[in-house]
Design a binder for this molecule. Sequence first.
Ligand code: URA
Length: 423
Amino acid sequence: MDAIEVIVAKRDGRELTTDRIDWVIDAYTRGEVADEQMSALAMAILLNGMNRGEIAAWTQAMIRSGERMDWSGLDRPTADKHSTGGVGDKITLPLAPLVAACGAYVPQLSGRGLGHTGGTLDKLESIPGWRASLSNDEMLDVLRSAGAVVCAAGSGLAPADKKLYALRDVTGTVESIPLIASSIMSKKIAEGTGSLVLDVKVGSGAFMKTVERARELAETMVALGTDAGVRTVALLTAMDRPLGLAVGNALEVEESVEVLAGGGPSDVVELTVRLAREMLEAAGIAGKDPEQALKDGSAMDHWRRMIAAQGGDPDAPLPRAAETMTVAAPASGVLAGLDAYAVGLAAWRLGAGRARKEDPVSFGAGVTLHAKPGDVVREGQPLMTLHADEPARFERALEALEGGYEVGPAAGEHLSLVIDRIT
Ligand code: URA
């Protein structure tokens, strides 16, 4: 077999056999198939698609490219959730300790920010001392002591995806449902969780801009998880406006701690509790009330243990950006729209995200919202505060926000927070 034969088959719209898929993933991982050949194949897949059988074979081949974790020796069920990424999406931070407080183990391998979307590891790294890289034994120790662990995937987990994802990022081949579904699910299945809840974001601030595309992605991922023996359910949730009031690494940690203390913005609390219920149900845990665990301090207790077990100081002051700028309401009326992509792009330009893969993030940078769509505002009142380490960043952030919010006579249309549930 050779790479050209596989590329030509997909280029001409033919189905790839399992043998061809197994061969090409294995040869690419070993360096026998070159990056330029794999990028041609990824583009052919993006243009011509793959059927469910091909996607399943592709996912299994990526899982087999590395190690598979096994938590079957633990005395409680495991549950995980994955978000396809958005703006202000800090849900993992309160959710992991909350679900642990309700009796499941939560082993969560997370990622860093991608483009305008934030990353869980970048957020947690704003806590002084906190470490994202753990060995498998350390992961197990944190799980046993805190019930939840959030860390970076080691290099041994789905290495084919690691290589392919970096290649797709620079070849315009990220936005393919078969490639996104197999990329996410190969890592989640290899991670060894017994159950999985997928939070598939929809809207301007998400990879999937329409409900139809999000549904197709969710259905594909649920089928992959279920076929691999992982109890998998997906929610389609709104990402047409930012989630919560804080966008940016330390700002989002602060908001997550508010939720764990029984407060926080209502949309963040509602989604956290809903996802916790889904995770507990998928893990087969009945009779636990996540709302109660937020009120009685048990979720906060698990958070503190989880942060401390990974070297962090849960009481340390969080980094703050040196400079702030207020954006005022241009008129009196109702905040009709607040575009998630515009706010995400502004936060990225303020320093919360990276321009290049190897860049550091600014932990204090980001956007604090003072109003959400539907709120009544008065001309001149603060709509948002921008945070940056260097004042030079404000101008480009303001450009990103141009046209991204609108004050009108009445509330605009927006997506329901939870749009659909896919099983
Ligand atoms: N996240 C992933 O892990 N993979 C993708 O392809 C897209 C988002």
